[in-house]
Design a protein around this ligand. Structure first.
Ligand code: ATP
Ligand code: MG
Length: 357
């Protein structure tokens, strides 16, 4: 039992990938046809027995992610879009914060989507998120997304009424049409070289209540509490149905959903990190190769930097220098001076022409 889960450091890269694959696979949905939310237990922590164990894995995972993201950025071809959806207090913010903690902020962009502004309502529903899509080489994170259009809007049809769609276009097919449009967009985006991962942090109604109570009881958490959030609990079933339908209609190989057990935050973070690691590993990212032309350029730049401040010796100076030196090697640089990085130049021979600088 003690060796069931040896530290990640002791595993080869292949074993590590296998281990991560085993961890995340049960929660990945790439084909929604048979998806039923009730098959997914929000309290699941399979294979990981304690918070401490999870934290150890997460720490290593975050280091690995940082290295992969550096290559993603250097390569500048693939891009990544991570979508986080959840009921309130499921731990979206914490998951984003912890999983991306080691990543260079320059390679990462986070956007949160709240109730749309009037400017946003003047556009089609994909407009505001399209403006915030990640660039190649970067990881874009959506804290909520266009999925709200088939979640909160579906649970509260009065929101749909306030959207300025022409009446004749709002039929009972409206949700199916939105799923279809979302799928079409995601397929297009994936074909453009963007990896899309969608996370539904699946918290139970009971755990949410516990977290709301904590927000009420602990002064440093009071600011997070909103009465409206607690009132949304009345619509829990409708939300779960909307999530189930959304996952069913939009899960795909090129845009999988991860239905992440979220009652234990430490496990949710591990699954999220694992899914990102798995997706990046599949890209087989490498630093861009330097070709012969570029190598020449680098060598020239190096030579130029090394010769800074040195003037070309005259023929006479060269001759005198040879005479002054009792032992030729004393004139070479010490091992910790910058000049030690270049091989010593051949010493000028008396009477011979001065070497080229
Ligand atoms: P937290 O509560 O942890 O700060 P949050 O993501 O819940 O994070 P809030 O400001 O509480 O942020 O809420 C954003 C609200 O905006 C959510 O209730 C969400 O359902 C709502 N919302 C997001 N997109 C839309 C949309 N397209 N139409 C209507 N409401 C939306
Ligand atoms: Mg909220």
């Amino acid at each position: 039992m003690a060796r069931k889960n040896p530290p990640l450091k002791e595993l080869s890269a292949k074993q590590r990938r296998r281990r991560v694959e085993e961890l995340i696979e049960p929660f990945r949905v790439t084909n929604g046809k048979r998806f039923r939310l009730r098959d997914y237990d929000p309290g699941d922590t399979r294979g990981v027995s304690s918070k401490e164990e999870a934290q150890q894995y997460l720490k290593r995972g975050v280091e690995l992610l940082a290295g992969m993201q550096d290559k993603l950025y250097a390569q500048d071809q693939w891009g990544v879009l991570l979508i986080f959806q959840a009921m309130d207090a499921a731990g979206k913010d914490g998951a984003i914060k912890h999983v991306m903690s080691g990543v260079n902020p320059q390679g990462c962009q986070v956007f949160a989507f709240k109730a749309p502004t009037s400017e946003e309502l003047d556009h089609d529903f994909l407009w505001r998120t399209s403006k915030s899509l990640p660039e190649r080489g970067r990881i874009g994170i959506f804290n909520r997304s266009y999925y709200e259009e088939v979640l909160v809007v579906r649970v509260h049809p009065q929101i749909l009424e306030k959207q300025k769609l022409p009446r004749s276009l709002v039929t009972k097919r409206v949700w199916d049409e939105r799923y279809e449009d979302i799928r079409a967009f995601e397929r297009y985006f994936a074909r453009q070289g963007f990896v899309i991962l969608k996370f539904f942090l699946n918290v139970s109604k009971k755990a949410q209540k516990q977290r709301f109570l904590e927000r009420l009881e602990r002064p440093e958490k009071n600011w997070k509490f909103a009465l409206a959030d607690a009132q949304e609990r009345k619509h829990w079933k409708a939300y779960m149905r909307a999530y189930e339908d959304a996952v069913r209609a939009t899960a795909a190989k090129d845009a999988p959903w991860y239905v992440v057990p979220a009652d234990k935050k430490w496990f949710a973070r591990l699954v999220v990190a694992g899914a990102i690691y798995d997706a990046l590993a599949k890209l087989r990212l490498r630093y861009p190769e330097v070709g012969p032309e570029k190598r020449k350029e680098l060598a020239a730049a190096r030579a130029q930097l090394m010769s800074e401040g040195k003037s070309r010796p005259t023929r006479r100076q060269s001759r005198d220098r040879v005479k002054e030196r009792p032992k030729p090697r004393e004139a070479t640089a010490t091992s910790d001076s910058p000049a030690a990085l270049v091989p010593p130049a051949p010493l000028p021979v008396a009477g011979a022409p001065a070497p080229e600088a």
